[in-house]
Each structure stands twice: as structure tokens, then as C-alpha cells.
Design a protein around this ligand. Structure first.
Ligand code: FAD
Ligand code: NAP
Length: 539
């Protein structure tokens, strides 16, 4: 396409837009820009195929914890009617197959270059275009750069002494190869977050011995997976219009009505009954948000939920010492977890739990893991379920330069910020999908909301012949303050987790999400559109 430079000379670009990432976000962005706006778009992904999270995380037990009926796109009504599922949650292979189907159905693959990492991108202020470099030695230009890099995608492998010396096999769950076999193997897992819980539960029956290296014990509730009836699926499909309307105006967008009842407004007996019902039904977000309205905001309410889960651990785990190690004592205020029988796994003879807060890992040896009590835990396979450099991790790995050559890594030294979760001051014509300070929800509906909003803004630019759109510093500062203020009303900042960057040594601990929910977020985006894009400079 042809662009006008600042002095009105046309500057040609290779593409109207370059999108980085081919997960839920990048695929939908390509569809909107190419199929609906008629733009010339190129997508790059370092993965070998589509899927993003679900391409990389092929570890045993990988399962959504969003229910199947809302862990999908909503934009294509025919697809919603055609696509079938028969369990309450979808497994990694099912989600990957779904995203492959979407890519084929919308004919997206022809504009995606796989096995191609974007290593650098620079905004050329004279020509008002992005120059993008890849690890295949390509440089291309585009008017818009849209990053769908994933917020849980840059793997975190802890820097443990001796890691290179290990003679067995080692894997990070977020870069899992095909065909790993655990039969007859002594396996070690470091990490007990959502991923650790899933992989531990799935591997324990396969491995000859499993040692879990736990730093922090976790509150988890049953996921409650199982078959759903064809009648249930039919009724969901008949009601999808209303379901998506409700999801998009809700807080966490998980497909249920959030409670409006404070925990302490009912008797202790009633409260226990509510928790017991939620425990039997399953679902981490349901347990935290469908039972009572103030578990994530009020310490007294929070303690009632935490105490209930602690009681369940004591009931399930037979060995009192193991139960003690597995029992958290802090707030129930990380991303809520759910599992398929996690605590009961520790009743197996072939599973051992090592508390690495009490006896820290001192080194990885050729044979296994050594802890501070001098024990060498011998292993054939070592699994890192140690999570991600979340939200900004993939941004700071790119040499991403905006005005005056300033890198995003530099800009975000004190913590990543944005305007509305989608734009960044000094980075013109850059849009982020799931950028910092976007909504903390079931993610496909939030991704769709952002993609649609970005696409509308680009259409507005095209329709009005504008060349450059850029978040203002005031807009970004205001949004950052809003996100900080909202986070302060919740208990989440009081628990150390990836949600605030606390899991990465040396990373600034800051607010990285808009915690007021998808409904409020969507209202804000609509208000910005209808009032002429305040907080943006458009030229
Ligand atoms: P991703 O799917 O992460 O895709 C990003 C893509 O960008 C990747 O393919 C990556 O290779 C590519 N990329 C990154 N940097 C570069 C670069 N420099 N050059 C080229 N390509 C690059 N969310 C939920 O709402 N519910 C769930 O149940 C749920 N379960 C999850 C389970 C796991 C194991 C994990 C890790 C996450 C889960 N999530 C869940 C979050 C999940 O990441 C999102 O739901 C969603 O898949 C994100 O889609 P995305 O397109 O934004 O990013
Ligand atoms: P995570 O929640 O960050 O958990 C990482 C785990 O590794 C934690 O237990 C952490 O301990 C531990 N760890 C990290 N570094 C360590 C070290 N040096 N030594 C010992 N232990 C260390 O990561 P995750 O489990 O991959 O989950 C991230 C997010 O992905 C989830 O919150 C969720 O949003 C998504 N996810 C969802 C599902 C699902 O159910 N659908 C499944 C997987 C992932 P500390 O707690 O002490 O830091």
C-alpha cells in the first residue's frame, strides 16, 4: 500500500499490517484485517503451526480450566453451531484441533509464516512505518504492527546451578515435544502452579517414581471434568446469543453468573454448604467468584474459602506430614486453581513431596537434584513446570523500538504499562493483544473484544485517511493509575504470583492487569470510541 510521509511523499510498505503470533489473538486479527477490511497482512510465528499456547503446551494433562462452551471464539455463529465437544472442559489436543479448523475454515495459513521469530521492530518516524526483522534474515515494512505474543508464552526456566550438567532428559512444559515416555522412569517436577498440578496428576500413574519439588503449596479445588450430554450441548448452542452477551458483560467471563452475596452475610452452615456444592461441581473460578462476591476482596471472606480448602486437604491426604506440607497458610489470592485429583496423588506409594522452601534446591547434578539437606534426588527426567515471564516476557525479548529508538525493554524497566491494554505511548501504530493492563478473565472473549476494537480503530484510520495513531502519555498514565487503584481494592497484590510479575527474580512487581472485569473494560473501550478516541493522538 501507499502511505504519506510527514512531508507528504508516499512511502511504500510491504504490508498494511504485520501481526506477530498465531494463537487465538493473531488468528482472529488476521481474519478481521484481511477478510473484513481487505488489508494486506503478514503473520509471523516462531511456532511450526497455529495454536499459540496450545501448540507449545503439549504436556500430559494439559486441559483448559475454562469450560468448553466458552473457551472458543464467539464471532462466527456458524462455527459455534458446527463445532462439537463432549466433555465439560477441552483438552490441549482438542483446542489445537479447533484452532487448526478455524485457520483452515478462514483460509488463514497462506498469510502466516511459521518457524519465523520476530527479533526486532523499529518505528521509522520519517516514513511512519514499522520495519520488522525476523530470525530468517528478513526485513519487511508495514504500516501497523500488531503483537499477539501471548501473556503466558515466554517460558521461565530458573537459573539453577548445574542445570546443564543433568544427564537425563529435561523439559519445560511450555515447550513440550511429542512422544515423551515416562514408563519405568524416575521423574522430577519443579513447580506446583496450574501446570504443575496438571502434569503431576497425569504423570504419577505412568512414572516408576515421581518427586515433586514444591516451593509454595496451593489452594486448588476439583476441576469437575467429565462427559456432557448431547442435550446439554444442544441447549448451549440454542442459547449462545444470550450466553455471549452475558459473558461479555460479566467480570471474569467464565460463563457463569458471579455471586452478589457477601460470604459473611450467611451463617457458617450455609457457607459450608455453598462451598461444598461448589467443590462437588468443580471449577476454580466458579469456586472463587460464583460462591460469594467478596472472596477476592475481603480478607475475612477469603479466609472462609481458604479454611474450607485446607480442611479438604486434611481429609484427602493420608500422611499428616505430607498434608502439612501441602497446606497453604497464606491468602487464597493467586489465579484460582483446579485439578483432576491432585492432592490424592500424594497417597500413592510412588510419589514423594519435597518442600524446597524448607530444603532449597542447591544444585542440579548429572544424576538429579540436590537439596540443602544434602540429599541427591536421582532422576531420569526433570520437568520444569516453572511458569512464564508473563505479560511482557515476549516483548522484552524483541528489540522493539519506538520514537527516538527507545526500546520497550527500557520503557518497561519499572514494570509494563499501556493505554487500555492495547497501545503504548511513543510506539505509534503498534497495537497489542493482551498487552499489559488488559482484563484478567477467561481470555478468548477479552481477546475478541480487543481485536474487534483495534480493527474498528484501524478502519476509522483508513476511512478518514489518517496515517498515525498513538497513545498519549497522559492517556497511558491515567490508565496505569486506574489499574493500580482497582488492584488495590482486591487481595491479589497481597499474594506473590505471575499476575504481578513476582515469579521472576529481578522483575519489578507491578500491577499488570485491569481487574474490574470484561464488562467494565468493554464499556470503557466503547466510551473511548464514541467520544473520538481521547488518550490517542491521531494524525
Ligand atoms: P498465545 O496463544 O500465547 O500465542 C502467542 C504466539 O506468539 C505463540 O505461538 C508464540 O510462538 C508467538 N510469538 C511470541 N513471540 C514471538 C516472536 N518474537 N516472533 C514470532 N512469534 C512469536 N486461558 C484461559 O482463558 N483459560 C484457560 O483454560 C487457559 N488455560 C491455559 C493453559 C496453559 C497451559 C497456558 C500456558 C495458558 C492458558 N490460558 C488459559 C491462557 C492462554 O494463553 C490464552 O487463553 C490464549 O491461548 C492466549 O492466546 P494468544 O493468541 O493471546 O497468545
Ligand atoms: P505458575 O503459576 O507461575 O507456577 C510456577 C510454579 O513453579 C510455582 O509453583 C512456582 O513456585 C514454581 N517455581 C518457579 N520457579 C521456581 C524455582 N526456581 N524453584 C522452585 N519452584 C519454582 O506457572 P504455571 O503453572 O505454568 O501457570 C501459569 C498460568 O498459566 C496459570 O496461572 C494459568 O493462568 C495458566 N494455566 C492454566 C491452566 C489451566 O488450568 N487451564 C494450566 C496451566 C497454566 P512459587 O509459587 O513459589 O513461585
Amino acid at each position: 500500500m501507499t502511505l504519506l510521509t510527514q512531508d507528504s511523499h508516499p512511502a511504500k510498505t510491504d504490508y498494511d499490517a504485520v501481526v506477530v503470533g498465531a494463537g487465538f489473538g493473531g488468528l482472529y486479527m488476521l481474519h478481521k484485517l484481511r477478510n473484513e477490511l481487505g488489508m494486506n497482512v503478514r503473520v509471523f510465528d516462531k511456532a511450526g503451526d497455529v495454536g499459540g499456547t496450545w501448540y507449545w503446551n503439549r504436556y500430559p494433562g494439559a486441559l483448559s480450566d475454562t469450560e468448553s462452551f466458552v473457551y472458543c471464539y464467539s464471532f462466527d455463529k456458524a462455527l459455534l453451531q458446527e463445532w462439537d465437544w463432549d466433555t465439560r472442559y477441552v483438552t490441549q489436543p482438542q483446542i489445537l484441533s479447533y484452532l487448526n479448523h478455524v485457520a483452515d475454515r478462514l483460509d488463514l495459513r497462506c498469510d502466516i509464516e511459521f518457524n519465523t521469530g520476530v527479533t526486532g521492530a523499529r518505528f521509522d518516524e520519517k516514513r511512519n512505518l514499522w520495519e520488522i526483522q525476523t530470525d530468517t534474515d528478513k526485513t519487511v515494512t508495514a504500516r501497523y504492527l500488531i503483537t499477539a505474543l501471548g501473556l503466558l508464552s515466554a517460558t521461565n526456566v530458573p537459573n539453577i546451578k548445574g542445570i546443564e550438567s543433568f544427564q537425563g532428559k529435561q523439559y519445560h512444559t511450555g515447550a513440550w515435544p511429542e512422544g515423551v515416555d515416562f514408563k519405568g522412569k524416575r521423574v522430577g517436577v519443579i513447580g506446583t502452579g496450574s501446570t504443575g498440578l496438571q502434569v503431576i496428576t497425569a504423570i504419577a500413574p505412568q512414572a516408576s517414581h515421581l518427586t515433586v519439588f514444591q516451593r509454595s503449596p496451593q489452594y486448588s479445588v476439583p476441576v469437575g471434568n467429565g462427559p456432557v450430554s448431547p442435550d446439554y450441548v444442544t441447549s448451549v448452542k440454542q442459547n449462545y446469543d444470550q450466553i455471549w452477551k452475558d459473558v461479555r458483560s460479566s467480570v471474569v467471563a467464565f460463563g457463569f453468573k458471579e455471586s452478589s452475596v457477601p460470604a459473611m452475610s450467611v451463617s457458617e452452615e450455609e457457607r459450608r454448604a455453598v462451598y461444598q456444592k461448589a467443590w462437588e461441581r468443580g471449577g476454580g473460578f466458579r469456586f472463587m467468584f460464583e460462591t460469594f462476591c467478596d472472596i477476592a476482596t475481603d480478607e475475612v471472606a477469603n479466609e472462609t474459602a481458604a479454611a474450607f480448602i485446607r480442611g479438604k486437604i486434611a481429609e484427602i491426604v493420608k500422611d499428616p506430614e505430607t498434608a502439612r506440607k501441602l497446606t497453604p497458610t497464606d491468602l487464597y489470592a493467586k489465579r484460582p486453581l483446579c485439578d483432576s485429583g491432585y492432592y490424592a496423588i500424594y497417597n500413592r506409594d510412588n510419589v514423594a513431596l519435597v518442600d524446597v522452601k524448607a530444603t532449597p534446591i542447591t544444585e542440579i547434578t548429572p544424576k538429579g537434584i540436590k537439596t540443602s539437606d544434602g540429599v541427591e534426588h536421582e532422576l531420569d527426567v526433570l520437568i520444569f513446570a516453572t511458569g512464564f515471564d508473563a505479560v511482557d516476557g515476549n516483548y522484552t525479548r524483541i528489540d522493539l523500538r519506538g520514537r527516538n529508538g527507545k526500546t520497550i525493554k527500557d520503557k518497561w524497566k519499572g514494570g509494563p504499562t499501556s493505554y487500555l491494554g492495547v497501545a503504548s505511548a511513543d510506539y505509534p501504530n503498534l497495537f497489542m493483544i493482551l498487552g499489559p493492563n488488559g482484563p484478567f478473565t477467561n481470555l478468548p472473549p477479552s481477546i475478541e473484544t480487543q481485536v474487534e476494537w483495534i480493527s474498528d480503530l484501524i478502519k476509522h484510520m483508513n476511512d478518514t485517511g489518517r496515517q498515525v495513531v498513538e497513545a498519549s502519555h497522559e492517556g497511558e498514565d491515567g490508565w496505569t493509575a486506574t489499574c493500580n487503584e482497582i488492584a488495590g481494592y482486591t487481595l491479589f497484590p497481597k499474594a506473590d504470583s505471575w499476575i504481578f510479575g513476582a515469579n521472576i527474580p529481578g522483575k519489578a512487581k507491578t500491577v499488570m492487569f485491569y481487574l474490574a472485569g470484561l464488562g467494565a473494560y468493554t464499556q470503557k473501550l466503547n466510551e473511548v470510541t464514541s467520544t473520538g478516541y481521547p488518550g490517542f493522538e491521531i494524525r
